[in-house]
Design a protein around this ligand. Structure first.
Ligand code: COA
Length: 195
């Protein structure tokens, strides 16, 4: 098994691969069309953290830097991710404050149980910590957890439940700082030995 972690500066659009993996785990009603993923990627190509076993995509995490209005929408009971159009995504400039929406985290069923998801989450947090050092600051994160397992994933990234949406999902949020991100990263590293 040759596992590599890629991103978020991926060299070509991975939307087809992401759609393929997402289709195997998500219910049709929550699945985002490949055209949506591709539109997001064209707007800002630094939104995907990928894990490949050789060439095959086995896991990914996606995080969209979005406008303040869109961020507020992600925390409203009527939130529907399908309405996050590409123009709600902020392109990154060299420096600035951003609010991010964690759109999805998926690990292929053959690779579950921490050996991929913990390193992937650690990889993601390390990127955000490095960005802070380079003045690209993610000052808030939100996410929609569709189940308890998803909520556990988001908790490990420092998010807590804000409210339950009209569709029954949990809308989660946190305010980030370099030190809170580092604390979460170190928490995951501390649990890595038990994988
Ligand atoms: C969610 C998903 C990415 C987790 O990957 P995984 O390899 O199964 O994750 P792990 O076994 O490492 O479990 C992650 C954490 O959840 C906890 N957990 C495991 N099973 C759980 C369950 N049934 N309920 C709640 N928490 C659970 C673990 O204790 C672990 O904690 P950690 O932070 O110490 O690592 C994977 O199951 C998946 O792709 N599911 C389908 C897509 C999905 O629902 N994504 C989440 C959308 S919000």
């Amino acid at each position: 098994m040759t596992i590599t972690f890629v991103g978020p500066r991926v060299l070509s659009d991975p939307s087809e691969d992401i759609f393929g993996l997402a289709s195997s785990v998500y219910h049709k009603s929550t699945l985002l069309p490949v055209t949506t993923l591709s539109g997001w990627y064209r707007r800002n190509p630094e939104i995907f953290w990928l894990v490949r076993d050789k060439e095959r995509l086995i896991a990914y995490l996606s995080m969209l830097p979005i406008s303040e209005d869109a961020f507020r929408f992600t925390l409203e009971p009527s939130f529907d991710e399908h309405l996050l159009t590409a123009d709600t995504i902020e392109p990154y400039t060299a420096e600035g404050n951003y609010r991010g929406f964690i759109s999805s985290i998926v690990v292929h069923p053959d690779y579950r149980g921490g050996r991929v998801s913990r390193p992937l989450r650690t990889f993601f947090l390390n990127t955000l910590i490095n960005w802070w050092a380079n003045r690209r600051r993610i000052i808030g994160l939100s996410a929609e957890a569709l189940n308890d397992h998803g909520a556990a994933m988001m908790s490990s990234l420092g998010l807590h439940v804000n409210l339950r949406s009209e569709h029954g999902s949990l809308l989660m949020v946190n305010n980030c700082s370099e030190s809170s991100l580092t604390q979460c990263r170190d928490g995951l590293l501390g649990r890595m030995h038990s994988v």
